[in-house]
Design a protein around this ligand. Structure first.
Ligand SMILES: Nc1ncnc2c1ncn2[C@@H]1O[C@H](COP(=O)(O)OP(=O)(O)OP(=O)(O)O)[C@@H](O)[C@H]1O
Ligand SMILES: [Mg+2]
Length: 358
């Protein structure tokens, strides 16, 4: 409008001279800047409101979670002193409108037992860990640890007593030391011992600031395998009575994996360990095996018994692994298919997609 008025001053009755035309031109130049600023402020305001919206949403989500501490029902400081776990008729779903992903799971895990968990992708292996840590509340049944119903205690009291190395290893922004010992409860010596036992000492020694070296968001300055080893070091440091390893070494090369498996056996000898397996040879040394199928426990028994029984789902699994040639590599482990020659051993590495339980 201003541009048109100054271009045709007579039409708009502003022929008083060039002063008015100049003034109008000046305004016309400013207007485009003002419009840009307006749009910028508008977008910024919208962005700030998105943050407020998120804060509100998270505040509402946290209300869904049960209390961190239940006064009057707190376990003893040394709980769980044995590490017995009882799943009593446990069923769980991720949302009200979704089907059950765990169905009537009823098992007893004794103190210090090493349990291997196998099954097809989506069969509910990780969901067992999720139920144990109460990341989702159960639809039915209960889980007792050393006789204590876990649904009755606070989430903080429950979770700080157990350790999980999840399928996606989690690291936080901060130093390596902060990631290994966030509550500063351990000495330098203990931390170095843990990183040595998890076979990551060499890597940390090569870093310019060693334990003080920075970890960026999601630990992206480390490879997935290195992140898993750091999580392993964290688990060794915490030394909880109950440990869940969810494909904790799936991204680690087989040689390091075999060393880490030795460490796990040694470091967690007095703990109850639930190992969800990606490579079957990592669980052949477990006391018992759980085969999961469609959210149910399809088989639960002594490893040796299941291996001996040609009809068991677990022995079918092993056989399927041996058939899929490219997935099988020589490994230092007990050989069930070659009972007469325990020195010349092979064990199978099986991709979960091969884990047919039929
Ligand atoms: N966050 C979620 N929301 C809804 N459904 C989920 C969620 N996580 C898993 N599920 C569903 O629960 C079932 C069991 O999943 P789970 O992660 O326990 O399987 P898994 O045996 O650990 O598989 P994988 O070997 O691939 O890790 C699957 O059908 C899956 O689709
Ligand atoms: Mg899983």
């Amino acid at each position: 409008m201003v541009v048109v008025a100054t271009t045709y001053p007579d039409t708009f009755g502003i022929g008083q001279g060039s002063a008015l035309a100049g003034l109008a031109l000046t305004y016309s130049v400013q207007i485009s800047g003002i419009l840009q600023a307006m749009i910028r402020f508008f977008i910024q305001t919208e962005t700030y409101f998105t943050s407020a919206e998120r804060v509100r949403e998270y505040a509402e989500i946290s209300k869904l979670e049960k209390p961190a501490i239940v006064d009057g029902n707190r376990p003893l400081e040394n709980w769980p002193n044995n590490g017995n776990i009882r799943f009593e008729n446990v069923s769980m779903r991720y949302r009200e409108d979704l089907p059950l992903v765990l169905r009537e799971v009823d098992i007893i895990i004794k103190a210090k037992e090493k349990i291997g968990i196998v099954g097809r992708t989506g069969s509910g292996k990780s969901s067992l860990g999720i139920a144990l840590f109460r990341l989702m509340e159960l639809s039915e049944g209960r889980i007792c640890i050393d006789g204590f119903d876990t649904s009755e205690i606070g989430l903080e009291d429950l979770r700080k007593k157990m350790t999980i190395i999840p399928q996606d290893p989690v690291l936080f922004v901060g130093s390596i030391r902060y990631n290994l010992d966030p509550f500063q409860q351990h000495s330098d010596e203990e931390i170095w011992k843990a990183v040595e036992r998890s076979h990551i000492k060499e890597l940390i020694n090569r870093l310019p600031q060693k334990l003080e070296n920075e970890v960026v968001e999601n630990g992206e300055n480390f490879s997935v395998g290195e992140r898993q080893l750091l999580c392993m070091a964290r688990a060794i440091l915490r030394h909880s009575k109950i440990i869940v390893l969810d494909e904790a070494t799936a991204a680690i090369d087989s040689e390091t994996d075999s060393l880490v498996q030795d460490t796990i056996r040694e470091a967690f000898a007095d703990c109850t360990v639930l190992t969800i397996a990606h490579r079957l040879n990592t669980i052949l040394n477990c006391n018992k095996i759980i085969v999961m199928q469609d959210g149910q426990v399809a088989e639960f028994g002594e490893t040796q018994e299941l291996m001996k029984n040609g009809q068991s789902k677990f022995s079918h699994l092993l056989a399927a692994g041996l058939k899929s040639g490219e997935e099988i590599v020589a490994a230092k482990s007990t050989n069930i298919h070659n009972k007469n020659n325990s020195n010349n051993t092979t064990a199978c590495y099986i991709n979960p997609s091969y884990t047919s339980t039929s």
